[in-house]
Structure formats: structure tokens, C-alpha cells
Write a protein that binds this ligand. Structure first.
Ligand code: PEP
Ligand code: MG
Length: 324
């Protein structure tokens, strides 16, 4: 089987009926790029920049960040690179950054919320990103967005950073896309509003499932509520792809679900344009993708959306795979 997957190297990622789907990689550092290239990823769908900030004694400087982003963008050439702005808080802490203890850290001051309240930290990252944008196909993505005002604030900061760099005559590029993660049900429900203002979405199922089912993703006692295939979650996903496509925007998925081979026909049927996963999963996904007819996948998704339980959806998926 492995050699079958390897034979997909250098080929395009398309369904049986030639619908293009980008199979991208999740990375945490520039060191991961070699693995992405070895596995022929179509891009980077999620660069988790928090790892740049973790395991050290002080904030990474603008220069350090610039070098990391530049390396990733250069190595990926003209392939899309989605860089997520700092996502700390929740379970991720920085020893050198004093974050008050919270009763509910996953519902607290994390990710973009924290960035908007620590403007120096946020602007430093955005400056490094815009400077690196000269070297590749940059997409900036904001995590943990709940409201359109949060997105507008983040965009306004980007504008400020652009004019600062202009004033200082520091080289940078305005040639980049701006998008958001869909991790909070409120944002999925209002995807039609966001779709008019963002360039793209990426669905973070790890958090979206946690917040949809109100079940801590780390707590084993409620892990039975971690249900990627539950029709409630599928409806949220469908709302996002439908709203995005109406405005001509693209939708990716970068949570664990995107790398589940079993889920592939369902995700194609729901209209995802890009799936981002760990690099070693990419070639297998490309091989599986070739077995899937996108019209049949749409039929599967329609039936899944009519289902009542996760179990029913899983049976539909099993039946789909038995027929290919
Ligand atoms: C997600 O929430 O699905 C996601 C990709 O982000 P993280 O796992 O880093 O929270
Ligand atoms: Mg997340």
C-alpha cells in the first residue's frame, strides 16, 4: 500500500472526476518544511506560530520571527502558506508572560483576544509577517474569532502596521490574503457576514467540536462528546462552505478531522477546498482522493446532514467506502 501512496508523489490532488482539492500540511516550525516537501504537500494549511514563542525565556524578536517566516515562505515557493497568528492561552502558557489564572482558560483570554490587548506583542508579529510576505505566498490567519468586530480590529492593526512600515521605509509586501479560523460556533453561524470581508476560512475542528458540544477536549470523562461526525457539527461546516462559496472565497480545514482518511468523502461532499494535515498523511490522502467521485460525495454529505446521530453518519461513510 505504501508504494501506491508513494506513486502519488508529483501528481495533482484531485478527485476521481478531477475536482482540485489542496492537500496541505500543518507545521509548528521551519524545521518541519523538509517533511512537507518530501511528502509533496500542496502548501502549508496551518503554521502554528506559538511554538516560536514557547520553550524560551523571552518573546522572540521581530528579526527572529522574520527569519522563520521568510524561511518557510521561501522554501514553499509559490504554494500557499497559511500562518496563524499567536494562539496562546487556553492550555498553552509562556513562562515569561504573566497571564492571570482563569477559572475557564479555554473560555478565557486566549489567542486573538490576548493579542488585541497586548498590541506591542501583536504588532511585532504582524511586522515580521508583512516583511516576510515578499518571499512567498503568504496567508495570515486569525485564531479564535467569535465576532466580526474582532476581525475588523485585527485588520485595522494590519493596516496600521502597513503604514508604520511605509513611514519607516522598511520593505514589505501588501500581497497576502487575510482569513480566520472557524473554531467558535458563533463565527460559523455568521459565516455569511464574515464571507464578505475575509479572503478565506479554515475550520479548526479540534476547538469547534469542543465548543459545539461544550466538552473539554482534554477531559477523558467527556471524550464521548468529541464527535466529528455528529450532524450538528456537519451543519456548521456546511454553513461555512456554502456562505464562502457564495462570495467566491475558499474554505480549508486544519483540525485533526482533516487528516482522517475515513472522513475524506464526507469533507469533499461538504465542499471543503483544502485539507491540512500532518505531512506523513498527505500522500495517502491523495491516493484516496482519486477513488472519490465528488458528485457521489455530495450525495453522502446530503444524507449525513439529514441524520440524527454520529453513529448513523459513520455507517453511511462505511457504505460509501464499500462501494468505491
Ligand atoms: C483546531 O482547533 O482545530 C486547531 C487546528 O487549532 P489547535 O489544535 O492548535 O487549537
Ligand atoms: Mg484551535
Amino acid at each position: 500500500e505504501k508504494s501506491l501512496w508513494q506513486s502519488c508523489k508529483g501528481q495533482k490532488s484531485t478527485t476521481k472526476d478531477f475536482k482540485d482539492i489542496d492537500l496541505a500540511a500543518n507545521i509548528g516550525s521551519p524545521d518541519d518544511i523538509d517533511g512537507v516537501i518530501a511528502n509533496d504537500g500542496d502548501g502549508i494549511g496551518l503554521y502554528r506560530t506559538e511554538f516560536l514563542y514557547m520553550g524560551r525565556k523571552s518573546f522572540p524578536t521581530e528579526e527572529e520571527q522574520y527569519e522563520s517566516y521568510k524561511t518557510v515562505l521561501e522554501k514553499m515557493g509559490d504554494k500557499p502558506v497559511v500562518v496563524r497568528t499567536l494562539d496562546i492561552g487556553g492550555d498553552k502558557e509562556l513562562s515569561y508572560f504573566d497571564m492571570p489564572k482563569e477559572l475557564n482558560p479555554f473560555l478565557g483570554n486566549r489567542a486573538l483576544r490576548l493579542c488585541l490587548q497586548n498590541m506591542d506583542m501583536f504588532k511585532t508579529q504582524l511586522r515580521a509577517l508583512l516583511r516576510a510576505a515578499n518571499y512567498g505566498n503568504l496567508h495570515i490567519m486569525f485564531p479564535m474569532i467569535a465576532t466580526i468586530e474582532e476581525f475588523r480590529k485585527a485588520k485595522a492593526v494590519l493596516q496600521e502596521v502597513e503604514s508604520d512600515l511605509e513611514t519607516e521605509q522598511i520593505p514589505f509586501s501588501k500581497n497576502y490574503q487575510t482569513g480566520i479560523m472557524i473554531e467558535i460556533p458563533a463565527a460559523a453561524l455568521l459565516a455569511n457576514v464574515f464571507a464578505k470581508e475575509v479572503d478565506f476560512f479554515s475550520i479548526g475542528t479540534n476547538d469547534l467540536i469542543q465548543y459545539t458540544f461544550a466538552a473539554d477536549r482534554m477531559n477523558e470523562h467527556v471524550s464521548y462528546l468529541y464527535q466529528p461526525y455528529n450532524p450538528s457539527l456537519l451543519k456548521l461546516i456546511q454553513m461555512v462552505t456554502e456562505a464562502a462559496h457564495k462570495e467566491g472565497k475558499w474554505v480549508g480545514m486544519c483540525g485533526e478531522m482533516a487528516g482522517e482518511n475515513q472522513a475524506l468523502p464526507l469533507l469533499i461532499g461538504l465542499g471543503l477546498d483544502e485539507l491540512s494535515m500532518s505531512a506523513p498523511s498527505i500522500l495517502k490522502a491523495r491516493y484516496s482522493l482519486k477513488q472519490i467521485d465528488s458528485i457521489k460525495a455530495k450525495g453522502l454529505a446530503d444524507m449525513a446532514l439529514q441524520s440524527c446521530t454520529e453513529e448513523e453518519v459513520k455507517l453511511l461513510i462505511d457504505a460509501f467506502w464499500n462501494e468505491v
